[in-house]
Design a protein around this ligand. Structure first.
Ligand code: ATP
Length: 141
């Protein structure tokens, strides 16, 4: 069966993943996308969320903290703001980041003191933390 090359890179970690896969499922700003071998060319922005990698009967997850994805018929390249394989993820750190972000968002809702830019940053941090927890199979509601 045909496969498609997947390359995931991040500024901090360099190459996080480089392998031939059967299918990739991502959340882009335009919705959920499934990418199979010989997909049409595409350039899109990714949301902070786990990417799902299918190889044969198995499926694995990688936490992506947003970024860009370029697809050609032979290759998928993800230029991620951050990316972690499951074994790279520190769950306590992600839980702490999640709590910090939720506290900021709640403080904004009750007092309105934090600026909209801070809220946007807190929401993005919350989405990154949730993506990491989901990759570790921890429900995030
Ligand atoms: P934190 O507030 O805990 O730093 P963050 O979402 O602000 O989290 P990022 O700016 O997305 O962190 O990432 C900075 C670097 O830290 C990246 O290399 C990323 O892979 C790594 N990183 C962030 N959180 C974790 C985590 N929970 N486990 C492992 N690596 C992490």
């Amino acid at each position: 069966m045909a496969t498609i090359r997947l390359e995931v890179v991040s500024p901090d970690r360099g190459s996080v993943l480089s392998k031939d896969i059967d299918m990739l499922i991502v959340r882009s700003t335009a919705g959920e996308l499934g990418i199979l071998p010989r997909h049409a060319r595409l350039l899109t922005e990714l949301l902070p969320y786990p990417i799902r990698i299918k190889e044969g009967a198995s499926e694995s997850l990688v936490a992506v903290g947003g970024g860009f994805m370029e697809v050609t018929p032979e290759q998928i390249t993800i230029l991620a703001d951050s990316a972690e394989l499951p074994e790279m993820i520190d769950v306590d750190r992600a839980q702490a980041a999640r709590k910090r972000a939720e506290d900021r968002i709640n403080a904004h809702k009750s007092s309105g003191k934090e600026s909209l830019i801070d809220i946007h940053r807190a929401e993005a941090a919350l989405a990154r933390a949730k993506a990491r927890l989901l990759v570790k199979n921890i429900p995030v509601n």
